[in-house]
Design a protein around this ligand. Sequence first.
Ligand code: FAD
Length: 565
Amino acid sequence: MAKRVLIIGGVAGGASAAARLRRLDEEAEIVLFERGEYISFANCGLPYYVGGTIENRKRLLLQTPKRFKARFNVDVRTKNEILSIKRGEKKIEVVNLTTGKKYCENYDKLILSPGSKPTRPPIPGIDADRIFTVRDISDADSINDFIEKHKTKRAVVVGAGYIGLEMAENLRQRGLLVAVVEIVDQVMPTMDREMANLLHQHLHEQSIALWLSDGVSGFSQSDSKLMVGLKSGMELACDFAVLSIGVRPEVKLARESGLVIGNCGGIKVNEYLQTSDPDIYAVGDAVEVKDFVLGSAALIPLAGPANKQGRIVADNLCGRNIKYKGTQGTAILKVFDLTAAMTGTSEKALKKTDIEYERLYIHPAHHVGYYPGARQMHIKLLFTKPEGKILGVQIIGSKGVDKRIDVFATAMRAGMTVFDLQELELAYAPPYGSGKDAVNMAGFVAANILDGTFNVKHYDELDSKDFVIDVRRSAEIARGAIPEALNIPVNDLRERLNELPKNKTINLSCAVGVRSYIASRILQQKGFKVKSLSGGYSTYLAYTAEKLFEAQTAKQLKEEFCTGL
Ligand code: FAD
């Protein structure tokens, strides 16, 4: 068992490791170093503190050094930064940031959990003091102080990943006008484009101005405002900007001490989370993990994996030999009234591999439709062909998303296939779900695809020459339809078979994919060649939502930022 364990970084991974280690070993000497003022603070809660949902700043502090010492007998040293690791002597060099005094500490085992830092590319003007990043409590304090002091009206958020979108929502909630600038053509770049489209529409409805496919070329600051120059030539005038264009692992200490850094730029660790030095372990945002689905090395900076890795390292220091099996990137995000969640890999990532996959879209209600308040969810499921191994899931909806993504994530972890999803017995009563839950439905549809019960086609594969029949009622068609589609309601289909060609493939569409499936069963058994468009018109809308997003009001929102303050 370890005698003297030093831990660098006192938040998600570091604090978890320290607490678990103490629970397993009452005798070990544990010292936790944190260069910031606080340990174990809720960095995930920072955007909500800025937005005012979390009113009491103290609630962000999950532990204090005093309480941690009392509960776990850990020597916590905040405002102490590690300057170097002298591996040959098994020592670290520390500076006490309060006194400026430098000192060294010996270790038997060392745990690195230094996290990641916001990316700050060398864009002209990036060091302007009206540009903020969000990493710790002091960053949130600075933004809050700035908003109060300058009575700000407009903010630009650069980067539309989850931190950027959370900041955009919370700044809007503070009453600011907010623009989001994103270099790629969608928000939440870890999701697939057609799913993100649903978020674009909603952000627009919430008066967020979106500049997609446009990067920042430079910032310029005057006494009273910040100008954000875009590569397209546009200039946005605002009070301040929040930079959230990703994070980079903090590997300086590791690199300088000669530890191996992986190809993705994170600290390389083995499956026991041991670095290239057997006496040094590393966890959290700073390490390269194995992508649970693809098996490749990846950087997946999330709190859950960091916490679990901290625990595993403590186990391993106590001789338990626990393997970290990889990170599947299960993530969830509130975007105003919507929730966006994903687990596993995306289709755009799969396209870069040679994995044979299929996908499906379903749009079920989060509980039975007859019980008041049912809300639609949009689910995309990716799976291998023909085995049905679950590769990834993306869900967007206003209710019930969190529960479904966790069931999918658990099924993936357990190595279940889409066939197994059909059998899951999930809790049901009208206010909560359906006898055939959305997860079961995804399994039924996937199994139907894989066993040939119906042939699937996707809207992005549709050609203008393809023959499409929309089997919805004519009143539904009047509210919007795929151009050129012939309308034959499913209930009339059996009487109108003579209108249909036998020499070409009939593509069937409906509202969400249920009626087109029934229609495909009728036609297939009558000898027609048919394909069902996955997810029906709801999926079609997801693919084409950007047209709505470019509507007049979206332009007006953007114009606000192009005028002086
Ligand atoms: P951290 O928790 O960042 O801790 C690293 C600590 O090490 C830092 O406090 C740092 O000061 C300290 N340190 C670094 N170098 C030294 C040194 N040389 N000496 C001493 N101390 C040092 N994840 C989710 O899963 N869900 C969310 O909703 C979510 N929201 C987030 C919102 C925000 C605004 C941010 C910033 C992150 C969010 N995350 C979220 C990510 C999550 O917080 C991180 O993945 C997680 O905290 C990583 O844990 P870690 O231990 O690796 O690093």
